[in-house]
Design a protein around this ligand. Structure first.
Ligand SMILES: [Fe+2]
Length: 253
């Protein structure tokens, strides 16, 4: 599996504070079946030193530590980019933050109501600048929680994809988020499942959460391998698998 959203790099945001804690996070990921992690620290004014150059420097420092510890996880660059901050960054910097050097940028859906109104126009402006957008955890955002149809518009009319956090499906963020996450998955409005792992308090696990949430294995493979792989390589993301369970009849006999 490929984890496209994970705060694995130590000491640069609210992820693991030390290298040892980062190794523990990566061990959890490996146990979960994750073989590739996109290192996606917050690219946000709250962490003013975080930029593409720092992400790359920290990957170059951490990867040999993983290798030496026998943790078979490959790190690729990325960033969880704050939308308003992205507006002021140059396209060159944003491209350097694309996931794995491909065409997709992980854009954070705001968790605060204050930032919510500006998000959709900002995302459209970034898409118009040529960035393919993977929207991080819409199921947790006040932009989409009350209005899931807004996500469908961005996906269907603006070519964006969306990443559900695995723990949202298993109930880590409460019942409302869980229900919205499952609805978004049923309607195939989300295309990637990622850990959004931060360390001991939020481990980097995908398969465990999706299994607990009752997600069927073929759907897990699409969410956590097939689409993420296309995102990293720049290939056309594969179409969503059809639901296997028969749909409920609208009119019974
Ligand atoms: Fe995150």
């Amino acid at each position: 599996m490929i984890d496209l959203h994970c705060h694995v790099l130590p000491g640069i945001d609210d992820g693991p504070p030390t290298i040892e804690a980062a190794l523990d996070l990566a061990r959890d990921a490996q146990r979960d079946g994750i073989t590739t992690i996109a290192a996606t620290p917050h690219i946000h004014p709250e962490y003013p030193n975080n930029d593409a150059a720092l992400v790359w420097a920290r990957i170059v420092a951490l990867q040999p530590r993983l290798d030496a510890a026998g943790i078979a996880v490959k790190l690729v660059p990325g960033g969880e980019v704050d939308a308003l901050h992205a507006l002021v960054l140059a396209d060159e910097e944003l491209r350097a933050l694309h996931l794995g050097g491909g065409p997709w940028l992980l854009l954070e859906c705001p968790l605060s109501s204050i930032a919510a109104p500006a998000f959709i126009p900002t995302a459209k402006a970034l898409a118009a600048r040529g960035h393919k957008l993977l929207l991080a955890h819409p199921e947790r955002s006040p932009v989409f929680l009350p209005h899931p149809e807004r996500l469908d518009e961005l996906v269907n009319q603006h070519g964006m994809l969306a990443q559900v956090t695995a723990g949202s499906l298993s109930g880590q963020f409460g019942r409302t988020v869980r229900e919205v996450a499952h609805r978004m998955l049923e309607t195939r409005s989300v295309h990637v499942a990622a850990s959004d792992g931060h360390g001991a308090h939020r481990p980097a696990t995908i398969a465990r959460e999706l299994e607990q949430a009752g997600v069927e294995p073929h759907l897990t493979a699409w969410l956590a391998h097939d689409v993420p792989n296309a995102i990293l390589t720049g290939a056309q993301p594969p179409a969503a698998p059809e639901p296997r369970r028969p749909r409920r009849r609208l009119f019974g006999r």
